[in-house]
Ligand binder design. Structure first.
Ligand code: ATP
Ligand code: MG
Ligand code: ZN
Length: 317
């Protein structure tokens, strides 16, 4: 005879299946508890690689933290985590911190920003991550269930490029996550943006808006704007899709240096067009997601957090 997994007699592991169900239900509860304390969840995504998602995530999280909000930054780019480098976080999780079934403390950056990245848990950060879908899904679920995020105003989630396991897991696990889509102005990047927007439509994820990064280059010598990848394409695509345009960030060599050195650009204090652009994007996000929604505990009453009114002890969502 099978177990409660719903596969009936086709279940091959009835002796362990029930306990797997129970573990899953327990994890769903923990996810629910964790998410119930986080007011706004923002997934930063793009169809194309290298367009500036991690740069936008880092500066957005830091900018909001600098304004006094309690912020979390979760790096779900499991194959190419960049957040630790961008914030110069070198801390390693100690084994004793994971003992006794307690919640794991995230890394702390300044007073208001908590950060989680797979690199925090790796013995050697240069080791390649060779994982397939189910492991990635589990890692992301643990990033939510097992971490001591506490009460947060914003959780910013940095995704890898594309619409694979990671953004899908975020969409399925965090039902009220909302997306910021990052693009560069040239047509090839915009074609990928359309895919991201269609993904959001498919998984019913609200889109906060779009950011056009690497939008023109301001010459540091003469302040002349050179449109290397053209400019304005993101704004046009946003309009075509009926979504909000959050702002455009020019190419600025100091952004690269900041990213490589772990000195995020916004904290540089520079009065440059890129700093102003990030500041505008941050205040637009703040406007869209404000007034902050009161913590909703209703989903905790209606099951395991999968979004339907399931039975939490049997749901395998
Ligand atoms: N506005 C900018 N001006 C100059 N350099 C930038 C700008 N935005 C991002 N960069 C640089 O471009 C590179 C790619 O940026 P980033 O890592 O943020 O992109 P990504 O979309 O997260 O990439 P991946 O898809 O690999 O995760 C980095 O070296 C970053 O410092
Ligand atoms: Mg990245
Ligand atoms: Zn010049």
């Amino acid at each position: 005879m099978g177990s409660s997994c719903g596969k009936g007699s086709s279940c091959k592991s009835s002796s362990t299946c029930g306990s797997a169900d129970a573990a899953m239900a327990k994890q769903n509860m923990a996810i629910n508890t964790s998410l119930g304390k986080i007011k706004n969840k923002i997934l930063v995504m793009s169809g194309k690689g290298g367009v500036g998602k991690s740069t936008v995530s880092t500066n957005l999280a830091l900018g909001l933290a600098n304004k006094g909000y309690k912020v979390g930054l979760m790096d779900v780019d499991l194959h190419g985590p960049d957040i630790c480098r961008m914030l110069n976080l070198t801390e390693k999780l100690q084994a004793r911190q994971t003992e006794a079934g307690g919640l794991v403390p995230p890394m702390q950056y300044g007073e208001n920003l908590k950060v989680i990245s797979l690199e925090y848990m790796m013995e050697d950060r240069d080791d390649p991550i060779i994982w397939r879908g189910p492991l990635k899904v589990q890692a992301i679920r643990q990033f939510i269930a097992d971490m001591d995020w506490g009460d947060l105003d914003y959780l910013v989630i940095d995704a890898p490029p594309g619409t694979g396991d990671e953004p899908l897991t975020v969409a399925q696990t965090i039902k009220d996550a909302q997306a910021i889509v990052v693009t560069t102005p040239q047509e090839v990047a915009l074609a990928d943006v359309r895919k991201s927007l269609n993904f959001c439509k498919h998984v019913k994820m609200n889109v906060i808006g779009m950011v056009e990064n690497m939008s023109g280059f301001i010459c540091p010598h003469c302040d002349h704007n050179v449109e290397i990848f053209k400019t304005g394409g993101g704004e046009k695509t946003a309009k075509d899709f009926g979504i909000r345009f959050l702002g455009k960030v020019p190419i600025d060599p100091r952004v690269v240096v900041g990213g490589d050195d772990g000195t995020p650009y916004l904290s540089s204090g520079a009065e440059s067009p890129a700093v102003k652009a990030f500041a505008e994007i941050i205040s637009n996000v703040e406007k869209v997601l404000a007034p902050l929604k009161p913590l909703s505990l209703s989903s905790a009453d209606s099951g395991c957090g999968c979004g339907s009114t399931c039975n939490p002890s049997t749901c395998t969502c």
